[in-house]
Design a protein around this ligand. Sequence first.
Ligand code: GLA
Length: 390
Amino acid sequence: MELKEFKGEFFNRYGPGKAIMFFSPGRVNLIGEHTDYNGGLVLPCALSSGTYLIIRKTDADLVKFRTVNFDDKNEIPLADLDKKLDGGVWINYPLGVIAGFKKRGVSFAGMDLLFMGNIPIGAGLSSSASLELVSSVAVNELYSVGLDMVEMVKLSHTAENEFVGVNCGIMDQFAVGMGKKDHAIALDCNTLNFEHIPVEINGYKLVIGDTKKRRGLAGSKYNERRAECDKAVELLCQKKGIRYLCELDMETFREIRNLIPEGVVRKRVRHVISEHGRVLQAVKELKAGNAEAFGKLMNESHDSLRDDYEVTGFELDTMVEEARKVEGVLGARMTGAGFGGCTVSLVKEENIDIFYEQMGKAYKEKTGITPEFYIADIGDGTRKLEEITG
Ligand code: GLA
């Protein structure tokens, strides 16, 4: 749906008047997977697609949630604004944010909300963080709360952890809120220190490939990996006082790894520490414009996620394998939590059409699924767009 039509829909559904429109991007992570909750580095970028929200205050004692994406609506009494809805309902993301503001003392009036998303849900491009941040920035503006973006990133992250109940790290919310056009964000998830780095890889583009395999088991497997990492920290603490795995370098880990009896858990740690090192290196290569070296690190990242962290799966591995066979591809890896979702590849500009054709065909032959591709268009973080009347 075009924006003009979307604005019209708001007034059709809720009646005439004034409202404000906001936008929040999705994100793609270039490298640094499963390092965020281990206190490590990540390198995501915000996308130019994401979630739009039109919102206004009303005199009713209800908050109305609707979306143009599917036939779903909910009206929640003001008194119930901090109660989670049953089932995996999308409204819990904005609701979790509202509950967070309520906890900070914001007293809510009735509201009309209409959402429109143009990133695929469950594809690993952070549609949920996008929903959270667009809601945060809208509430912050509507009620003049005065939080800065990092505070809203934290509030949204807490909403996802505590209200929605997904124990994710802070990467997605940070990337979505703090994104900058044509830049990646080198973020230290322990200190939240960050740097915007221009993504200018001469002659190459980042191409996102959607495997169309949705992340069925993501929740439980994700939490399982987190638990394995927590267990490893606990065991390693017998010899080395650490809070996070990423505080260790590989050499130190090798010296004390026998404290971890389970081979599988040792592999998980090896992924986390090696991935953190790859992000450090990738930041240097990106700054120097070394496309080949950057691509090689992307490949190593995927292989480590496949063999040591074991979060890839048939579809992601097939897509990455086929991508690497195409001429002009310097690197390919899964992005996001894994178990399905998207890949990201570094492709020579003049080979992009061949990439779509050759890789798309091979992937379809092996999986029976028709994939989708997008060139990663790196955009700005969550923001107010305009005040509208209708
Ligand atoms: C999901 C989580 C993030 C991060 C990635 C893996 O996207 O929401 O916090 O852990 O997986 O890197």
